[in-house]
Design a protein around this ligand. Structure first.
Ligand code: BGC
Length: 740
């Protein structure tokens, strides 16, 4: 164990300031005379982007060869907490081999709109999925001695003006949606670092937002790591230090280090603030010393894991007449350039210089005779009339056709958002034309975000491969020909039209501001509350086998049910638990995911799944009280295979309101009655009740009893003196009674 305080006391002011920014794009600065090393960080999240030899000033050049794992959206679709742990552990072993200290991931921002250019990197539209998988990833990585940097904190949900936009969002939506995954990760897996986002949040840049970085992250959640800027996210260095931002990356060539020195010398910055930052930085730098070194790994081992993850995340969206899996050894026609040049990752800082990329076409040839037509131009958005006609002709003559469609690279990349949710028109057109001549059509999709499917009723099967990493091709062939049973589920809703999305009218905002008008109604929270028809609901995913769920039981807060594989082959199912709250005084989504588990079963096998419903799963965040609260009433616990496929329901009764009693002049009689029985109400409140006929025999002409009771219930304490006399310290009287 290092003596950090002693080390801080030995550093000069200049040395301390120098530690607060990077040496270059990927390294921190050393202080050789005191044995403080320079440490290296690397992207993240779905493979290592380590640049050693030819590091360029934007970090976007060639990187060391590494295995490209499925991207965040595919990880989300796996709904597999154990697999997220395995990914973290494997990345850590590889990172050790590369001499890294910290990997820049996981990325757990919410998918507010299907258009965000980085949605392929993000896990879900739901914080329960992103949080739980993030926890697995972080534990896997840090258990093996490598640090994570959870990003991008917070409310960075678009690429348009991503470095400057001001995200205006209510505290409730922040707590329930945009911060919740970060909170779960910080509380449960203690990440070594968090990356602050580029944007402003309710008027203040995240890098200098002391509410975000200090009050919430550190004081409330107990974060004990360092906060690193996103690359170039620094605004005012001293304000950022005061707010709790330790490390500026990549480097400001000494500019901001000297600003710190000057500010301390002129008394504008308290040196204790700098010391606090340096102490946290040194603790972070030396953290690997307290962790066992993990065992090494090989690229081949990692490739095998990438394959396993691709298998687990592919989502079978539709499979009429069980067209899939295709019979082996029978000819098939493959159409679409993605068959030969399978798309498997997105563009930008997460781009990996991959180890061994497979294509579906090559991999499928070991299962059956395949003929191939590109179908459109070499750029997947380019129409090629000759290729289109060729493809239609081949499709007409074939027994079964698989079309490999998806988004071109340039449509899904860090730095810009998509313009719509359509596939390139040439692809939609070709699928439509093929449907005129062929009945047995499978469409395979390669995209990291939802696409519309105007042809959905004309094709038998749709398989969403996501961006499944370097083993996407072999995984896809295995699924198409039945060696692998798909088990992914959608971690985001596929809307019928972009206009149905709750952020439609306010994405990406105008000028330098985006207002999250839909508030907590993000993704399925919106679609399901409105019962709005969707293309595919959140949580949806089919299998080559079938499952049943029965015998649901509630024992206190423990929920259980029996999952059975009722089909003829082994397969995995994701059991999802949603909580449907009672009618509330607050606008609450119809239901919200509370937990999930993925279970692998042999044919005929059954297993009991169990969940524990904690207070938080029942609660909403009350901005008024500044706390989580669950009102008394009946909560329906839904056990489901998707947000629209509820298999079993149970009722959990909460007798009383679960929140601290906050007393003020606005407290209403209804608020009081949530905490105390009528008999216990203070005398003056009961007296006021009599004016409304409550607790009195006097009948009133203008209003019946029910209406006058309702009127009384809505009365705030400050109004009561207008009707009856009250003691001078009436609030104190209520307080005492509520505590007794
Ligand atoms: C991205 C981060 C990334 C960093 C370093 C930034 O542009 O937003 O996600 O970790 O670059 O490459």
């Amino acid at each position: 164990m290092r003596n950090i305080d002693e080390l801080v006391s030995k550093l000069t002011l200049e040395e301390k300031a120098s530690l607060c920014s990077g040496l270059d794009f990927w390294h921190t600065k050393p202080v050789d005379r005191l044995g403080i090393p320079s440490v290296m960080v690397s992207d993240g999240p779905n493979g290592l982007r380590t640049q050693k030899a030819d590091s360029d000033h934007l970090g976007l050049g060639k990187a060391e060869t590494a295995v490209c794992f499925p991207t965040g959206s595919a990880l989300g679709a796996s709904f597999d907490k154990d697999l997220a742990y395995e990914l973290g552990a494997s990345l850590a072993r590889a990172a050790k081999g590369m001499g890294l200290h910290t990997v820049l991931g996981p990325a757990v921002n919410m998918k507010r709109s299907p258009l965000c250019g980085r949605n392929f990197e993000y896990i879900s539209e739901d914080p329960c999925v992103a949080g739980n998988l993030g926890v697995g990833y972080v534990r896997g990585m840090q258990d093996n001695g490598i640090g994570v940097c959870v990003k991008h904190f917070a409310a960075n949900n678009q690429e348009y003006c991503r470095m400057s936009t001001d995200t205006i969002v209510s505290e409730r939506a922040l707590r329930e949606i945009y911060l919740a995954a970060f909170e779960m990760i910080v509380r449960k897996s203690h990440p070594w670092s968090v990356m602050c986002a580029y944007n402003r949040l309710n008027g203040t840049y995240c890098c200098e937002n002391s509410w975000l970085l200090d009050s919430v992250l550190r004081k409330e959640w107990g974060f004990d790591g360092i906060v690193i800027t996103d690359w170039g996210a620094m605004n005012d260095r001293c304000r950022a230090l005061e707010a709790g931002l330790e490390l500026e990356m990549p480097s400001s060539s000494g500019l901001r280090d000297s600003q710190i020195v000057t500010a301390v010398r002129t008394g504008k910055l308290d040196e204790a603030v700098l010391d606090r930052a340096v102490s946290r930085l040194l603790t972070w730098i030396f953290r690997p010393e307290d962790h066992d070194s993990s065992s090494a790994t090989t690229l081949d081992e990692q490739h095998a894991l990438a394959r396993k993850m691709a298998d687990a995340s592919a989502v079978l969206l539709k499979n009429d007449d069980s067209l899939l899996p295709l019979e082996k050894k029978k000819e098939a026609v493959f159409i679409g350039t993605f068959a030969a040049s399978t798309r498997y990752q997105g563009g930008g800082s997460s781009h990996v210089s991959s180890y061994r990329v497979s294509t579906v076409l090559d991999s499928a040839r070991s299962f059956a005779g395949i003929s191939y037509c590109p179908g459109w131009g070499d750029d997947a958005a380019q129409k090629d009339a000759g290729r289109l006609e060729d493809a239609v002709r081949s499709a007409a003559a074939a027994e079964r056709v698989v079309v490999f469609a998806g988004l071109p690279d340039s449509w899904e990349s860090e730095g810009s958002d998509r313009e719509g949710i359509c596939l390139p028109p040439c692809q939609d057109e070709l699928i439509g034309r093929i449907a005129e001549v062929q009945e047995n059509i499978v469409v395979v999709l390669f995209s990291g975000s939802p696409v519309s499917m105007p042809w959905i009723d004309k094709v038998s099967s749709v398989l969403q491969m996501n961006l499944a990493g370097e083993a996407a091709g072999e995984s896809c062939a295995g699924i198409l020909f039945g060696d692998v049973n798909p088990s992914g589920h959608l971690a985001e809703t596929y809307p019928l039209a972009l206009e149905d999305n709750p952020s439609y009218l306010s994405f990406p905002g105008s000028g330098k501001k985006v207002v999250y008008r839909e508030d907590v109604f993000v993704g399925y929270r919106w679609y399901d509350s409105l019962q709005c028809p969707v293309l595919f609901p959140f949580g949806h995913g089919l299998s080559y086998t079938t499952f049943s769920l029965s015998g649901a039981r509630l024992d206190g807060r423990r929920v259980s049910a029996v999952l059975t594989n009722t089909g003829k082959r082994a397969g995995a199912q994701v059991v999802q638990v949603y909580v449907r709250p009672p009618r509330s005084t607050e606008d609450r989504p119809a239901h919200e995911l509370a937990d999930f588990t993925k279970v692998m079963l042999e044919p005929g096998e059954s297993r009991t799944v169990e969940f524990v419903i904690d207070d938080r799963m029942l609660s909403y965040y009350s901005s008024e009280c500044g706390c989580w609260t669950a009102e008394g009433g009946e909560y329906v616990i839904e056990l489901a295979f998707s947000s629209r496929d509820i298999r079993q329901t149970l009722v959990l009764r909460l007798e009383t309101e679960q929140r601290p009693f906050v007393l003020c002049d606005h407290t209403t009689v209804r608020d009081l009655l949530a905490f105390m029985p009528y008999e216990k109400l203070p005398g003056f409140v009961k007296e006021a009740g009599k004016c409304f006929g409550v607790g009195s025999q006097v009948k009133r002409e203008a209003m019946d009893d029910k209406a006058s009771l309702a009127m009384f219930m809505e009365m705030p304490l400050h109004s009561i003196p207008s009707f009856v006399s009250v003691p001078e310290d009436y609030l104190e009287e209520v307080r005492k009674l509520s505590e007794s």
